[in-house]
Structure formats: structure tokens, C-alpha cells
Design a protein around this ligand. Structure first.
Ligand code: BG6
Length: 470
């Protein structure tokens, strides 16, 4: 549909940007922090940076928040490291870790920036993982207790809560993104039991949030791609629907409707992977109601009917955005209409509009985009980063939000990935996303100086105009 006149962005739109604790903070064992599964993960490709220092935001947060204010953000989406709050996941609290996030949140509020807090972004406490991690129901209790601490400590300051970042990617791509330790080795039936337990943990957190903080809003944050059929052959449509259910709808349906999507459930049963569901589980899932739907969007995926042999598989393993293929289920297809970024991720701004329209149509919950961005090999030359390719990417995506709003979709915020350079899940710091450059390389820490990229000034102008300058 073409609109003669576009609806403007709402006046109270959240113009944000995102990070996650383990990718940006560093200080991996500072002030009583316990190790997470990320800290004990040893299988990084040669020459790819670890997360011990990252962008050292743990020590630079004050300077960074000032830059975020200069950028004009009125929201900052970040995660709290569970292991700073409860170092072993379910034991003693760590007052120094609790105090740290009070300081961060206070600085944000002082600058007029709304904190949007992710409770768990890939970094499960290693001590819980050693005891079985998400395979154990005790981890649900541990998460609920951690959630209670967060709500009690920060509830008077934080209005927007995100439960679990990209649970679907932890289940489907745990190895690539490094949510390893024991959990990353788990497959099949046990993996989907873990999935079920994470949903229960999320449900308990949502119920608790509404009990303790009636004014707060809470929601899930899955990674969503619209799935396209390779052709209009009916068999391709079936394959696209199946993959959409297994990759996307399984996660959103359980979070929003509290029930298993029938196609995803049929897939799990066919594999013999259906989780054990105890008395009370389904009631809990149905009782937990999110206030909004947050999602991360980078790309779409295109699939065809399975040919029943290895030609279905495009890549071994894959990652969050590179479609893999599964024999007997769907064939991975390259979308000839889409360019790819330097890491093989297809770029599809129009698919972003499709994704927003579909999510709104199915769930009727206000949407916030908690990640969207371009990973690229930025270069600092004479003190300047000319990232016009990132400006182009973000501009094209923001235009699609405006179109979706004009289509009648309720979108209340946009937090691109990332506010400041950080370490990619599995491709090092050379794969940069930020508006602010951090001067370090994979192995050389250098001075970690912060440099405003060209995209910083561009986004600053967009925010100042309320989106009208696009
Ligand atoms: C999302 C994650 O999958 O994509 C982020 O929530 C991640 O943690 C982002 O960094 C980009 O992916 P990558 O692999 O390039 O870091």
C-alpha cells in the first residue's frame, strides 16, 4: 500500500539505542562479579577478541552516558549481568554489583534517558550451568529470585523491562553465539526442555513484575525474521509456514498467548523432542501477559520445500541470520532480490515493514524494536569514521517504521544495535555496529577512546527532528 501522507512518529516515541552487558562492559570479574557461561566459553575463532575488557563500559559508563545524551537518546536499552547481582546465580547477592547499576540508571535518568532493561542477555551464571542450567527447574526459581531483586532494587526507576533476549537464538544457534558451557552442548529433547523452562521463568517474571510494579511494563525480546517462500509453489508455502512456526511463532505465541503453536508442537512430537509439561505449567504460561512485544530485526529468510537431501542445507551451523536448512523440513534459499552485508546477512528494509505488520496483526501488542543494525568493518581515519553505509541502512529501516505506523501498526520505540561499539557474539570487535567508535582492536586494547562516527551526527539530527528529517 502506498500512503499519500505518512503518519508522523508519535511525540513520545522512544528514540533509543541498545547494548548488552557482556558485550560492552568488560570488568568480567570486577567487584565480586561471578563468571557467566560466556566467561568460561573457550571456543572463539583465532584472533577474535574475548569479552574480558570489551568496550570497558563498566569503567566508562559515565562518559558513555554523556555521549548518549549528546546523541539525543531518550531511551537506552541495556542488560543487567545476572552474575553481578547474584554471582553464582542463586546464592548471596553482591552489593557492589547492585550499586553499579543504580549508578548507571541514575545517570541515565539525570540525562532524561529512559532505561529499558533486559534481565538476561545470553549470560547465564556459570555456576547454574554447572548444575544443569536450564535443564533444571531450579534455574526457574533462581531466575525468579533474581527478577525479584531487580524489581525491588530498580523498580522505582525503571518502567520498561525485557525478560530474555532472543531465547529463540539461544535454542537454535547456541553454539554460534556462544551461550555455551554445558548448555550449548545440549540438543534435541533436552534442548526443548530447556526452552520450556525458560518460558516458565519468563512467565514467573512477568507475573511478579505486575504484582510488584503495577506501573511497569514488561515483554519478551525474540529475534524475528519474516519468512518468505522461495516461489508461489504451494509446497514452498508449507515449508515457509513450518519454518516460521519453529523459528518465530513458537516463541512469540508462548510469550503472548501462553500456548504452543500447533505446527511447532507437531514438529517437536515428530522428532520425539516434546518437553515434559507438569501440572500448573500451562496455567502459569497462560496467566503471564506481556504489556508489549519487543523484537530484534536484522533480516528476512527465504525457504523452499525440502528436497530430502543435503542440498537443503545452505551452511553448516549458520548463525542468527544466516538461514541453515533442515532436511525433511525446509531448504535454505538465497533471496536474489536482496543485497548482503559483509557477513552474509541479507539486508531487507521492506521485510522490516512486513514483520511489523504481521506481528501487529497476530498479537495486537504495541511494538518496540530492541535491535536493528549493520555490522561492518569501520575504519578510523584521521579521527573520523565515515560510516555512510550504516546511515543508509538505518535510514531505510526507519522509513519502513514510518510506513508501518502509517499502516496502522503501533510502534512506540526504536533501539538500534548499538549505542557504542561492542564485541559481536562470535565475530569480534571488528564487526562494529555503534554510533560511537571505541578505539581498540581484537588483540590490542589501545586507549579505548570514544569517537563519534558520522552516523552519530546523522542519528542526532533524526532524533532532534522527531523523525521528520528522514
Ligand atoms: C543479536 C544479539 O542476535 O544480534 C546480539 O541479541 C548480537 O547480542 C546481535 O550482538 C548482532 O549479532 P552479532 O553476531 O553480529 O554480534
Amino acid at each position: 500500500m502506498q500512503h499519500e501522507q505518512l503518519t508522523p512518529f508519535p511525540g513520545d516515541f522512544l528514540w533509543g539505542a541498545s547494548t548488552s552487558a557482556y558485550q560492552v562492559e568488560g570488568g568480567w570479574d570486577a567487584d565480586g562479579k561471578g563468571p557467566s557461561v560466556i566467561d568460561i566459553h573457550m571456543h572463539r575463532p583465532e584472533g577474535v577478541t574475548d569479552f574480558t575488557v570489551a568496550a570497558d563500559h563498566y569503567h566508562h559508563y559515565s562518559e558513555d552516558v554523556e555521549l548518549f545524551a549528546e546523541l539525543g537518546l531518550n531511551a537506552y536499552r541495556f542488560s543487567i549481568a545476572w552474575t553481578r547481582i547474584v554471582p553464582d546465580g542463586d546464592g548471596e547477592m553482591n552489593p557492589a554489583g547492585v550499586a553499579h547499576y543504580h549508578r548507571v540508571i541514575d545517570e541515565l535518568l539525570a540525562q532524561g534517558i529512559e532505561p529499558v532493561v533486559t534481565m538476561y542477555h545470553f549470560d547465564l551464571p556459570a555456576a547454574l550451568d554447572a548444575k544443569g542450567g536450564w535443564s533444571e527447574r531450579a534455574t526457574i526459581d533462581a531466575f525468579e529470585r533474581y527478577a525479584q531483586v531487580l524489581f525491588q532494587e530498580y523498580g522505582s526507576k525503571v518502567k520498561f523491562w525485557l525478560t530474555i533476549n532472543e531465547q529463540n537464538m539461544m535454542i537454535l544457534h547456541g553454539r554460534a553465539i556462544g551461550t555455551t558451557g554445558r548448555s550449548g552442548q545440549v540438543e534435541g529433547k533436552e534442548l526443548y526442555q530447556q526452552n520450556h523452562h525458560m518460558f516458565l521463568a519468563q512467565a514467573r517474571a512477568m507475573v511478579l513484575c505486575h504484582e510488584l510494579l503495577p506501573e511497569a511494563k514488561i515483554g519478551p525480546a525474540p529475534n524475528i525474521v519474516s519468512v518468505y517462500p522461495a516461489t508461489c509453489a504451494p509446497e514452498d508455502i508449507i515449508a515457509a509456514d513450518d519454518w516460521d512456526a519453529i523459528r518465530n511463532l513458537l516463541y512469540v505465541d508462548l510469550s503472548v498467548r501462553g500456548s504452543y503453536h500447533n505446527l511447532a508442537w507437531a514438529y517437536l512430537c515428530a522428532k520425539g523432542w516434546e518437553p515434559e509439561i507438569l501440572d500448573g505449567d500451562l496455567e502459569l504460561l497462560a496467566a503471564a501477559k506481556p504489556d508489549f512485544l519487543a523484537f530484534n530485526y536484522y533480516s528476512t529468510q527465504t525457504v523452499g520445500a525440502s528436497r530430502g537431501d543435503s542440498s537443503d542445507i545452505q551452511v553448516r551451523g549458520g548463525d542468527q541470520q544466516v538461514v541453515r536448512g533442515e532436511v525433511g523440513l525446509y531448504r535454505a534459499v538465497k533471496n536474489e532480490y536482496l543485497p548482503v552485508n559483509a557477513f552474509g546477512w541479507e539486508i531487507d528494509p521492506v521485510g522490516f515493514r512486513t514483520t511489523m505488520r504481521r506481528l501487529w496483526d497476530r498479537y495486537r501488542l504495541p511494538l518496540i524494536i530492541t535491535e536493528n543494525g549493520l555490522g561492518a568493518f569501520d575504519e578510523l581515519v584521521d579521527g573520523r569514521v565515515r560510516d555512510d553505509y550504516r546511515i543508509e541502512f538505518l535510514k531505510l529501516h526507519l522509513e519502513q517504521i514510518r510506513l508501518a505506523i502509517s499502516d496502522g501498526v503501533e510502534v512506540f520505540g526504536y533501539c538500534p544495535w548499538t549505542a557504542i561499539d561492542l564485541v559481536s557474539t562470535h565475530q569480534g570487535i571488528s564487526k562494529r555496529y555503534g554510533f560511537i567508535y571505541v578505539d581498540r582492536e581484537e588483540d590490542a586494547l589501545k586507549d579505548l577512546a570514544r569517537v563519534r562516527k558520522d552516523s552519530f551526527f546523522w542519528y542526532q539530527g533524526v532524533i532532534a527532528s522527531g523523525g521528520d528529517s528522514l
